[in-house]
Design a protein around this ligand. Structure first.
Ligand code: F6P
Length: 544
C-alpha cells in the first residue's frame, strides 16, 4: 500500500474542525427534539448486533463529513487490502489475515486457507478426544483440566471467550496462566492433579520470557509428581509459529499446532491459540464463534459509510479524539460474562494504535488511540462512574447489553438492564441546577440547605455514548462482537495513517528487563540510572 497523507492534511478534516466548533456547545437532547426519529435512524445492525449511536454529539452533516474523511483516507481500499492479504503490516512486511482464520472459503488465498483448514482439523481432533474423555495422563487417569500458558494475545482472547461462554462449558475445565509472577501458576496448580492436567503452551514466538518460565515450572511440577520425560508428551501441547523453539523446549512436533507470521498475537483467538476455547466449549460451539465473526467480516467488507458498523464506530472514535479532544474511551459490558472484555480490548486497541509515527514513519501531529478502560456494569457504577457523570474528562462510552440472560433469573436480570439504560440516559440528560434544587426541596430541605447542596448534584449530561445490544450472548454473537472491535481498530489505524499490526514499543522494556535480571543474578552487567541502581541494591539486600 502506498503511504497516504496525514489525517490533518485531508480536506474533510477542515470541514470537521468547523463542525466540531459549532457542535461543541450543542445539546444532544436538542438534537433529539429537532429529530425525534433519531433513535431509529441512528441505529445500525450487523451480524446479530445492534448499535444505537443516537446519543452522540453528531448530526447528518457530521456523518457526511466523517464519511468523506473515510473516503479521503482510502479506508475502503484499506479494507480490501486487509482481506486480500496485502502487506498491511508494512514494518514487518506481512499481511494480517485474521479474517482468513474464520473464513469458510479461501478465494484467492487458497494455499493459506488449506493450512488454516488443516490446523482446524488438528484442533478438532484434540478437542474431540479430550471431550470424549479419551486422553489419559501418565498414570492412566483421564485428562480433566487444561492449563493454557501464554500472555498478551496468546492469553487475553482465549481467557475472555472461555469465561464469556461458561453456559456452553463442556466436561474439560480450562484455566489460564499468564503472569511471570510464580504465584499465578502456583495458585492455578493448587487445585489440579498432575496426572489429569494437560498444558498448552501458547506463544507465537516461543521466546516470551513469562510463558517460557511458566512452562518450565509446569514441567517441573509434572516431573516432581512422578512423570518421566517420556510422559511429558501426554501433558504438553504447543501452539506456535516457532516449531524449532518448541522442540528445543521438549515438545514433539506432533504435539505442536501451527500459527503463522501473518496472524498478529492480539488477532489470534480464531487460530489454534483458541484451542483451549475449542476444548472448553466443544468444537461445534467454537465453529459457531468463527461463523459469527465471519458474518461481521462480510458486513464490514460490503457495507459503506454509517451502514458499516465497525467503520462508523471508528469514525466516532476519530471524531472525539481528533476534533473534540477525548483521550479516553470506556467500555461497559452489562453482562457478568463479558467482564474480561475491557482487558481484551485494551491490548487490541492500545497495542494496535498507540503509535506516534505514520505507517511511512512520519511524526504524527494528532492523537491516536485513546486510553481504553472499563469494567462490567453494575460494578463500575459504584466506583468510577462518578467521574463519568461529574468529572471533567470527555470519555465516550460503549455500553454492551445482551437482552436476555443465561440464568433462570429474568426478573433480577431486568435490574441489570434497567441500570444499563439508566446510566446511558443519565449521561445524556444529566441534571440541571434547577432540577437539583427542586429535588432537594421535595426531600424537605430548607431553601438555604437546598441552595448550598444543589451545585454538588448538578450533572452536565451530554456525555456521548453508544449502546450495542444483542439478543443473547452466544458463540456467534461473541464472535461478531470481537470481530467488530477488531475492524473498528483497523479502520481507526487507517484513518490515522498508522500500522495497526506492529508493536515496537513493547520491545525496549523486554531488553532492559533482561539487563536488570543479569544484575539481579549477581553478574556485572550494565550500570543503570541511579534510581534503578538503588532498587537493584534493595532487592539484593532483601533476604529471598
Ligand atoms: O509483548 C507483546 C507481545 O509481543 C504481544 O504482541 C503478544 O501478543 C505477546 O507479547 C505474546 O507473544 P507470544 O505469543 O509470541 O508469546
Amino acid at each position: 500500500m502506498t503511504a497516504r497523507e496525514l489525517l490533518t492534511q485531508l480536506p474533510a478534516f477542515k470541514a470537521l474542525q468547523q463542525q466540531a466548533s459549532e457542535l461543541k456547545n450543542q445539546s444532544v437532547i436538542e438534537l433529539f427534539e429537532q429529530d425525534p426519529q433519531r433513535g431509529e435512524t441512528y441505529t445500525v445492525e450487523a451480524a446479530g448486533l445492534q448499535l444505537d449511536y443516537s446519543k452522540h454529539l453528531i448530526d447528518d452533516n457530521t456523518l457526511a463529513s466523517l464519511s468523506a474523511l473515510a473516503d479521503q483516507a482510502a479506508v475502503y481500499s484499506g479494507i480490501t487490502a486487509l482481506f486480500e492479504g496485502s502487506h498491511v503490516n508494512n514494518t514487518e512486511d506481512r499481511p494480517a489475515l485474521h479474517t482468513l482464520l474464520r473464513a469458510s472459503r479461501g478465494d484467492t488465498l487458497r494455499e493459506r486457507f488449506a493450512d488454516v483448514c488443516a490446523a482446524r482439523e488438528q484442533m478438532k481432533a484434540v478437542a474431540d478426544k479430550l471431550n470424549r474423555g479419551d486422553q489419559s495422563g501418565f498414570s492412566g487417569k483421564t485428562i480433566t483440566d487444561v492449563v493454557s500458558i501464554g500472555i498478551g494475545g496468546s492469553d487475553l482472547g482465549p481467557r475472555l471467550v472461555t469465561e464469556a461462554l461458561q453456559p456452553y462449558q463442556g466436561i474439560v475445565r480450562c484455566h489460564y496462566v499468564a503472569n511471570v509472577d510464580p504465584a499465578d501458576l502456583e495458585q492455578t496448580l493448587a487445585e489440579l492433579h498432575p496426572d489429569s492436567t494437560l498444558f498448552i503452551v501458547c506463544s507465537k514466538s516461543f521466546l516470551t520470557e513469562e510463558t517460557l518460565a511458566n512452562a518450565l515450572s509446569a514441567r517441573q511440577w509434572l516431573l516432581q509428581a512422578g512423570a518421566s520425560t517420556a510422559d511429558l508428551d501426554l501433558h504438553f501441547l504447543a501452539v506456535t509459529s516457532n516449531l524449532q523453539a518448541a522442540q528445543s523446549f521438549g515438545i514433539s512436533p506432533c504435539n505442536c499446532l501451527p500459527l503463522w507470521d501473518w496472524v498478529g498475537g492480539r488477532y489470534s483467538v480464531w487460530s489454534a491459540v483458541g484451542l483451549s476455547c475449542a476444548i472448553a466449549l466443544g468444537w461445534e460451539n467454537f465453529c459457531d464463534f468463527l461463523a459469527g465473526a465471519e458474518r461481521m467480516d462480510e458486513h464490514f467488507r460490503h457495507s459503506r459509510d454509517s451502514d458499516n458498523m465497525p467503520l462508523l464506530m471508528s469514525l466516532l472514535e476519530i471524531w472525539y479524539c481528533d476534533f473534540l479532544g477525548a483521550k479516553n474511551h470506556v467500555v461497559l459490558p452489562y453482562d457478568h460474562a463479558l467482564r474480561l472484555l475491557p482487558d481484551f480490548l485494551q491490548q487490541l486497541t492500545m497495542e494496535s494504535n498507540g503509535k506516534r509515527v505514520s505507517a511511512a514513519g512520519r511524526s504524527l501531529d494528532y492523537t491516536t488511540a485513546p486510553a481504553l478502560w472499563g469494567s462490567a456494569g453494575t460494578i463500575g457504577q459504584h466506583s468510577f462512574h462518578q467521574l463519568l457523570h461529574q468529572g471533567q474528562l470527555l470519555c465516550p462510552a460503549d455500553f454492551i447489553l445482551p437482552l436476555s440472560t443465561h440464568t433462570d433469573k429474568a426478573e433480577q436480570h431486568s435490574k441489570l438492564v434497567a441500570n444499563c439504560l439508566a446510566q446511558s440516559r443519565a449521561m445524556l440528560v444529566g441534571r440541571s441546577l434547577e432540577d437539583a434544587r427542586s429535588a432537594l426541596l421535595a426531600r424537605g430541605m430548607s431553601d438555604e440547605e437546598a441552595e448550598g447542596l444543589a451545585p454538588h448534584l448538578v450533572i452536565p449530561g451530554n456525555r456521548p455514548n453508544s449502546i450495542i445490544t444483542l439478543t443473547t450472548l452466544t458463540p456467534a454473537t461473541l464472535g461478531a462482537l470481537l470481530a467488530l472491535y477488531e475492524h473498528r481498530t483497523y479502520c481507526s489505524g487507517l484513518l490515522w495513517g498508522i500500522n495497526s499490526f506492529d508493536q515496537w514499543g513493547v520491545e525496549l522494556g523486554k531488553e532492559i528487563s533482561a539487563e536488570v535480571l543479569e544484575r539481579l543474578s549477581g553478574k556485572e552487567g550494565k550500570i543503570m540510572d541511579p534510581a534503578t541502581e538503588r532498587l537493584i541494591k534493595a532487592w539484593k539486600d532483601t533476604p529471598q
